[in-house]
Design a protein around this ligand. Structure first.
Ligand SMILES: C[S@@+](CC[C@H](N)C(=O)[O-])C[C@H]1O[C@@H](n2cnc3c(N)ncnc32)[C@H](O)[C@@H]1O
Length: 260
């Protein structure tokens, strides 16, 4: 939780264990202020050794390396079309000027299909510039109609309530530590307008425990809604068996949520 909410949400913090405060950036000192205040209030508190920022830089290097060395259609998560996502986006019946954001879009073809359907305000976010480079090259001139954002989904990249639909396939499950998960949910909650939609797809309960060499947290669809917490209503859920380019099945869980 941000430092500004510490006092008002103090009752949510556990008194029986150590509370770890972390900073967003390497030059931020808010976690020191938080630890001081928590100790005054009788908590056992300490600062995290690393900032969210330094985790993000390491992850960026990892993903750039992946996309530099592998063709987009040879990675385990490759799928020629994201059918489940497209079906739900159509069901949301958004107008063509709706702002749709594909978070951790990588080199996915979702953006191509949304352009084909006439959507005019598309943003694709990814930690990896290499990944976005693949999509831009594939789209050619059409890429100019898209806003490409090299950034971390755990930070605020969009204005308050400026997004109509937030799409995430296989990104949220990489957030295995609570601090980054909380930061992502906070960014999602702030960016999505009331009544807007979120599609989140993760590895399901029997899916792999790692992806691209990184650990993941697996969820059932209903658990995705539960972990997002207040402010979201689950309106549909689906299980999907994704098959990797080399024929291995992977259990995926999809959740369609509305911001309330
Ligand atoms: C498994 S791939 C999925 C790509 C795409 N969504 C798809 O379905 O084909 C995960 C993608 O998320 C990106 N990514 C991982 N962590 C991220 C983060 N914190 N913020 C933004 N992008 C991230 C990676 O660079 C990678 O492109």
């Amino acid at each position: 939780m941000p430092l500004s909410l510490l006092e008002s949400r103090i009752d949510e913090l556990p008194r029986e264990c150590t509370v770890v405060a972390y900073c967003r950036g390497p030059f931020c000192t808010f976690s020191a202020d938080a630890v001081r205040r928590l100790r005054e209030l009788g908590f056992d508190a300490r600062r995290a050794d690393v900032s969210v920022h330094s985790v993000s830089m390491r992850q960026k290097e990892h993903w750039d390396e992946v996309y530099r060395n592998k063709a987009p259609d040879s990675v385990s998560w490759y799928r020629p079309r994201l059918e489940q996502s497209l079906a739900w986006i159509e069901a949301c019946a958004l107008s063509s000027d709706a702002h749709i954001v594909d978070v951790g879009g990588g080199a996915s073809t979702l953006v191509d299909d949304l352009l084909d359907r006439g959507f005019e305000r598309l943003s694709v976010v990814d930690l990896s510039e290499e990944a976005l480079g693949h999509s831009k090259a594939r789209l050619g001139d059409a890429a100019q109609a898209v806003q490409w954002v090299v950034g971390d989904a755990t930070t605020r990249l969009f204005d308050e309530a400026s997004v109509d639909l937030w799409h995430d396939r296989a990104v949220f499950h990489f957030l295995t530590d609570e601090a980054r998960r909380d930061a992502y949910v906070e960014a999602l909650r702030a960016s999505l307008r009331p009544g807007g939609f979120a599609i989140i797809a993760t590895f399901g309960p029997t899916g792999p425990e790692r992806c691209s060499g990184l650990p993941v947290t697996r969820y059932a669809s209903a658990e995705i809604a539960a972990v997002l917490g207040r402010g979201f209503e689950l309106i549909d859920q689906a299980d999907d068996e994704h098959v990797t380019p080399w024929g291995a099945p992977q259990d995926f869980a999809y959740a369609l949520l509305r911001r309330v």
